[in-house]
Design a protein around this ligand. Structure first.
Ligand code: SF4
Ligand code: SF4
Length: 609
């Protein structure tokens, strides 16, 4: 087998990259928490590892999730990742067949056409050459799309794309050069030895008419090898580190490691698995409404990675989860933001001793926890009281005499100590009451009661509870002809996965019409407590965009299931905005009373505006 010095840039780059990845992955796994390591030990030799390989193939190579979001972008990523793998596998098959041996130097499959000039008698020689040319052409179409994307991202349906740092520029330039240089190298060799396929032979025959192939053949092979070496060496310092890291991330997830609120080793793996594809930029309303161009998760994660994160960027986010929902890698972007907030928070103790003075009613069946925001939209609490009475429920309105914060706003601000204090006060009261169910009107409270309190009793949002009352015929409702459009609150929908219950209730009492952004794709109202930096005018700007979208079909009412969404919308909406609890309360058939109640609620809204 002939050898050549030109293979060294590739070989050195590959060895350096593999050594770096080995050490980096080992450190990441070593730094995981004890429980996470135990999960890995338990699952590594199970079917979960096979599932991880399957998901790696589907997501890291075929880029299935990117395909779902953007077909052209998906094709571009797939042709580069899957195509490159096919080229490597094809090169190995050619080498094994030609040399009739499995132990060949690592560089031979990569530079096979340089080393083999006589394929006479080689099993499937022509078919393999044709296939390799075809794969190279497939990759080159992806490279062409990548050039276009960098300069004309709008052609891909993306309004914005990400910027490059130095490591990215080296890696990107070398990646863009690898496959065109391989084409030129193989084509010049083909023109000299007549060993090419439909692509390389034809191109080689043509270019040999313009340039001396004997002179340029080594130049192209050297350039190809150098571009590979530069790509491998610059990869750890560039966004392309996401390629190997995503494989580790998929495996860790399958083995049971989960994202937490604090920034641990798993969060660092997630951080480096972000490809900076930019898919999360356009769905971010902070960006699309022109409020803040730095908020999208792509920029935020980059600033954390580059250790340039500041408290303003950490806090200036609605925590709506639209980026997380759209991320093809499944990065828990809201947990990443929360971890930074916790890192930066002063984490002071709060003084909530006054809460102990609140009395509670003994032995209720159900606790009703309205939440601070419901107290600011009293139409909701009044409706719930009416509903409880009508259904003859033995309930206790836990925060009737004053707002007792559930603790989630403190959590969203990163102040876990204050959150834990509030949770302690509330939990004691809830447990001592002996109730079996707690119902809340606020999705923010619902999320924290469900996820953080560990109450040991049933936690329901009022849309779930009202469905139960209606299903059990404890609450009579009647429909009318109102056209209602439903807005999914972030914390109830994307945050807690409750999409069907509100719709089921609305279809029983009104005519539910669809809107463009439904369920997982719903927009944030802009009023989110998650953003601690946004100004009121900018909240209204976002809310106005959302209301304009919701009212495109001329509904009579915008319905929602969150007091904060309601309070945000009524400031900018020209149609009525009502919570589902209010609509249900209004739909209870009570002769000579229903219209009057409806008026009450209307007046109340106007007062709040
Ligand atoms: S967070 Fe997800 S969607 Fe956003 S740039 Fe990173 S990988 Fe892409
Ligand atoms: S959580 Fe919402 S506001 Fe924050 S970055 Fe993601 S999409 Fe933008």
């Amino acid at each position: 087998m002939k050898s050549s010095y030109f293979v060294w840039p590739f070989t050195i780059g590959l060895i350096a990259l593999l050594a770096y990845l080995f050490v980096r992955f080992a450190v990441w796994v070593y730094k995981l928490e004890k429980e996470d390591k135990a999960r890995i030990r338990k699952n590594i030799f199970s079917v979960k590892s096979i599932q991880a390989i399957k998901e790696t193939f589907i997501e890291s190579l075929l880029h299935h999730n990117i395909f779902k979001t953007n077909k052209v972008l998906g094709y571009m990523h797939m042709s580069l990742a899957f195509g490159w793998l096919l080229l490597i596998v094809g090169g190995h098959i050619q080498t094994w067949v030609y040399y009739n041996s499995f132990s060949n130097p690592v560089y031979v499959p990569i530079f096979f056409e340089y080393f083999v000039h006589n394929k006479t008698g080689m099993l499937f020689g022509e078919a393999l050459t044709f296939t390799m040319d075809f794969i190279l052409l497939f990759i080159l179409t992806g490279v062409a799309l990548a050039y276009f994307k960098r300069f004309y991202s709008k052609l891909f349906g993306m309004k914005k794309t990400t910027s490059l740092k130095l490591g990215d520029k080296f890696a990107l330039t070398s990646l863009w050069l690898i496959f065109p240089l391989r084409l030129l190298a193989e084509s010049t060799t083909a023109s000299l030895h007549n060993t090419g396929g439909f692509l390389t032979q034809n191109l080689g025959n043509r270019i040999s008419g313009f340039i001396p192939a004997t002179t340029f053949e080594p130049v192209f092979w050297w350039a190809y090898s150098i571009s590979l070496g530069v790509f491998f060496i610059s990869l750890p310092f560039s966004r392309y580190m996401h390629i190997p890291t995503e494989i580790l991330l998929i495996a860790l997830r399958k083995w049971g490691v989960k994202s937490k609120q604090t920034f641990d080793s798993f969060a660092d793996v997630e951080l480096h698995a972000c490809s900076r594809c930019g898919i999360c930029i356009d769905p971010c309303q902070m960006s699309s409404s022109g409020v803040s161009k730095n908020t999208p998760a792509s920029y935020f994660l980059k600033s954390v990675r580059d250790k340039e994160i500041n408290s303003y960027d950490a806090l200036n986010c609605l925590m709506c989860g639209r980026c997380e929902e759209n991320c093809p890698v499944g990065i828990t972007t809201t947990n990443q933001r929360l971890a930074q907030r916790i890192n930066q928070a002063n984490n002071k103790q709060g003084n909530f001793s006054y809460l102990e003075e609140i009395n509670y009613q003994a032995k209720p069946d159900v606790i009703y926890f309205a939440g601070c925001m419901s107290h600011l939209t009293p139409g909701i609490t009044r409706s719930m009281i009416k509903i409880f009475r009508k259904a003859k429920i033995n309930y206790w309105f836990m925060d009737e005499d004053g707002s007792v914060c559930c603790g989630r706003p403190q959590k969203l601000a990163g102040n876990l100590k204050a959150m834990e204090q509030l949770m302690g006060f509330n939990k004691k009261r809830i447990v001592e009451s002996g109730a079996k169910t707690i119902v809340t009107s606020c999705p923010i409270c619902f999320k924290v009661f469900s996820e953080d309190y560990n109450l040991g009793i049933e936690v329901l949002h009022h849309t779930q509870y009202l469905n139960r009352l209606v299903d059990q015929k404890l609450l009579p409702v009647q429909a009318d002809n109102k056209k209602v459009v439903y807005h999914d609150p972030c914390e109830l929908g994307r945050g807690a996965g409750i999409y069907d219950e509100p719709r089921k209730l609305l279809t029983q009492i009104a005519k539910l019409i669809v809107t463009k952004h439904e369920k997982q794709d719903s927009l944030c109202c802009g009023g989110s407590l998650g953003n601690l930096e946004i100004e009121a005018t900018n909240r209204s700007r976002i809310a106005k965009d959302v209301v304009d979208e919701l009212t495109r079909t001329n509904p009579d009412v915008i319905a929602t299931a969150c007091p904060l969404c309601k309070k945000t919308f009524i400031k900018v909406a020209s149609v009525q905005v009502l919570d589902i609890a209010e609509l249900i309360a209004m739909s209870i058939p009570e002769p000579n009373e229903r219209v009057e109640k409806y008026k009450d609620i209307t007046v109340l809204q106007e007062e709040l505006v």
